[in-house]
Design a protein around this ligand. Structure first.
Ligand code: BGC
Ligand code: CA
Length: 305
């Protein structure tokens, strides 16, 4: 079933803080997290076969592993789920492979796999931290790279809310959002080394909305979800807005291409931080949406570890 040009709800179910939407090409399924509930969800391209896996701790991002199973950015670091025979719900327990944030007032947030199969994910201040960061202190978040051999390295320090990540079609640019900066940035990227180079601003987001998750299409344009902005915005590689997709909810958290030919754009809209009145005014809050993007997305990659 092809998606319509305007966003339509993918599922009747509502989630608290849906985030980290990503297409699992090998399994032909959509994956996402309900972040603070600590759950990974999956369904088919058209919303069938809804499935869930409870990780028992917040999970900011998920991606498929090349040999089956999942890699996750969990509250305290990184975890792996081994390949499951059938439903996600029947998967083995997740195994923590790095817990560097165990005692920190931080949690992992968004992440993505680069074209060479490394998993990148970053951190932010944790809502439930026993000792929240002091007001005015510099941001303590960071961006990390998990290599296929299990090594984790810090790639960027001083991050406020680590969010969307994506790569240009040639793999020579890495797009990155630290939401508190209000910008979508572009780093020069050394694909062989997996190293970030010079940082430039692709676009500034005006009007009080914060850039959040992002996805890159086959034309090299960057689709960015706007938290507090009720929309997904398509930016050309020069940073010019050339399309806006409106959603019936303010906290648009991530977007990802998937489905047949990677032509469907999936968008998550969060309920996090909304009071009852806001929830009444935002029928889309907590839902996943699908639309025909009119352009194919770049393939997403599996973690090679
Ligand atoms: C985080 C939220 C945060 C939002 C702001 C999300 O990725 O999970 O906690 O409020 O980004 O952009
Ligand atoms: Ca996000």
């Amino acid at each position: 079933m092809a998606a319509a040009a305007a966003p339509e709800p993918l599922l009747a179910e509502r989630f608290e803080h849906p985030e980290g939407v990503v297409w699992d090409a090998a399994a032909e399924r959509l994956l996402w997290v309900d972040l603070l509930q600590g759950r990974v969800h999956a369904c088919d391209a058209d919303g069938g076969r809804l499935d869930a896996l409870d990780l028992g701790r917040p999970v900011g991002a998920v991606a498929p592993r090349a040999g089956g199973g999942l890699v996750c950015a969990v509250r305290e670091g990184f975890a792996l789920v081994d390949a499951a025979a059938g439903a996600l719900a029947a998967s083995p327990e997740s195994r923590t492979i790095d817990d560097r944030l165990r005692d920190a007032p931080l949690r992992m947030n968004d992440g993505a796999v680069d074209p060479r199969g490394r998993f990148w994910a970053g951190s932010m201040a944790w809502e439930d931290a026993p000792a929240p960061p002091a007001a005015g202190s510099p941001p303590a978040g960071a961006l990390y790279r998990l290599d296929p051999d299990g090594t984790v390295g810090e790639q960027l320090a001083g991050v406020g809310i680590s969010n969307g990540l994506g790569w240009s079609p040639e793999g020579d640019r890495c797009y990155y959002v630290d939401s508190v900066t209000g910008r979508v940035d572009a780093f020069a990227f050394d694909l062989d080394a997996g190293a970030l180079g010079a940082r430039t601003t692709l676009a500034e987001i005006e009007g009080g909305a914060a850039p959040d998750g992002l996805a890159v299409d086959a034309d090299g344009c960057v689709w960015v979800a706007l938290w507090g902005g009720w929309e997904v915005r398509r930016l050309t590689p020069a940073g010019v807005v050339d399309r806006v997709v409106e959603l019936p909810g303010a906290h648009v958290s991530t977007c990802a291409f998937g489905g047949p030919g990677l032509r469907t754009l999936y968008v998550s809209v969060s309920q996090q931080g909304l009071d009852e009145r806001a929830l009444r005014e935002q029928p889309g809050a907590g839902h996943l949406f699908a639309l025909d993007a009119g352009v194919a997305g770049l393939p997403t990659h599996a973690f090679a570890g």
